[in-house]
Structure formats: C-alpha cells, structure tokens
Design a protein around this ligand. Structure first.
Ligand code: ATP
Ligand code: MG
Length: 178
C-alpha cells in the first residue's frame, strides 16, 4: 500500500487560522517535487496578498488567480448576482482545470465559503470530484465545508481556534494575514 500513488481530495476547514496558508504550504511542497500547481481563489479580489507576488517566481509551475471581488454581501436576496456570476465563472475554470490533467494539484481556496453561502451547488462540485483524473490532487479550503464534500474527501482537517490576535484588537498584519 505504501507505494500506491493516487490523487487525493483534501479539505482544510474550521474556524481557526491556517486553512489557506496550509494549502499554500502543500502547494510549495508539490512544486518542489516537480509538480504543477494551480490555485484559484474564490471570493477574493480586493486585497493584495503577498503570495500573489511570491508565486510569480515559479512561473507556470505555480499559478495563483483571484477570481472574485473580495467584499461579498451574502444571504438570500442580499447576494449580489455579480458575485454569483464570478463564483460560477471560477467554478467553470476550476472544473476545466481539474479535468484537463494539466495540473497535478488544484487548490480551490475559499470554495467552501462559496458553497456555504449558497453561491455554488455542492452537487456540481461533487460530480466533478467523483470523476477527477486519478492522479490529480484537489485541496478545498474555507469554513463550514459541506457534508457532501467532507464525505468525498480523503483527508479533512478542521482548524480549531484556540485564540486569535484579532480578539485582542490587533488588526491583520502584513506578511501574516495578507
Ligand atoms: P490564513 O489565510 O491565514 O491561512 P484562513 O484561510 O484559515 O487563514 P480565512 O477564514 O480564510 O482564514 O480568513 C482569512 C483571514 O481572516 C486571514 O487574514 C486570517 O488571519 C483571518 N482569520 C482567520 N481566522 C480568524 C479568526 N478566528 N479570527 C479572526 N480572524 C481570522
Ligand atoms: Mg482562507
């Protein structure tokens, strides 16, 4: 069993810090093994994250794309149709990337939020994950991972918040939070 290679479905969820950055750590590990990584960030877009510049050094071996606008107003009728359109667009690109076999690892950052905000149907995601190419790894991040996705996943980690600097009134720090 130890030598069997196969693509995994990995979920980083829970309320504690570290979901996105753990995915980036795994991505770095994969790139170091000669694998190609695509990271698509759902809902993100208004903040400039340091990692966007850092991965440029890897050229087409590690590509990161922001697919949203950042501040998203959600909840039933409040959800802006434009944000839903952007999520659909991000999902179409994600599905195509997973099925293309062009990438060894595809990271779908914050996709769990998009699903929990009802901006994306978990069944659509599950359908693609079920028929993903055998060797492709997929990481899905974000709080409140849907039970359907957790069910399909091989490895699920729930980040638990013990404490966060934010609770002491310390604002997001450059290089740590963005
Ligand atoms: P990171 O990107 O640092 O790995 P994350 O992906 O686990 O964090 P998200 O839920 O995506 O966390 O939230 C993104 C931002 O919110 C980050 O700047 C992160 O530091 C911050 N954050 C994460 N957890 C908490 C928390 N429990 N309280 C306050 N802010 C948080
Ligand atoms: Mg995150």
């Amino acid at each position: 069993m130890a030598d069997v290679r196969r693509g995994l479905i990995i979920v980083n969820t829970g309320p504690g810090k570290g979901k996105t950055t753990a995915a980036m750590g795994t991505a770095l590990r994969a790139v170091g093994n000669g694998m190609k990584v695509l990271m698509l960030q759902f809902l993100k877009g208004s903040w400039h994250y340091g990692e966007l510049d850092a991965v440029q050094a890897f050229g087409d071996r590690f590509v990161m794309k922001q697919m949203g606008r950042g501040f998203v107003k959600v909840g039933g009728a409040e959800t802006d149709p434009e944000d839903i359109r952007l999520v659909e667009e991000a999902w179409n690109e994600a599905a195509a990337a997973i099925l293309s076999e062009k990438w060894d690892l595809v990271v779908l950052d914050e996709i769990n939020y998009a699903i929990s905000y009802k901006m994306l149907d978990p069944e659509k995601v599950a359908e693609v994950l079920r028929r993903k190419p055998e060797m492709v790894h997929v990481i899905l991040t974000g709080r409140n991972a849907h039970p359907t996705i957790i069910d399909l996943a091989d490895t699920v980690t729930e980040m638990r918040e013990v404490k966060h600097a934010y609770q002491k009134g310390i604002m997001a720090q450059r290089g740590i939070e963005y």
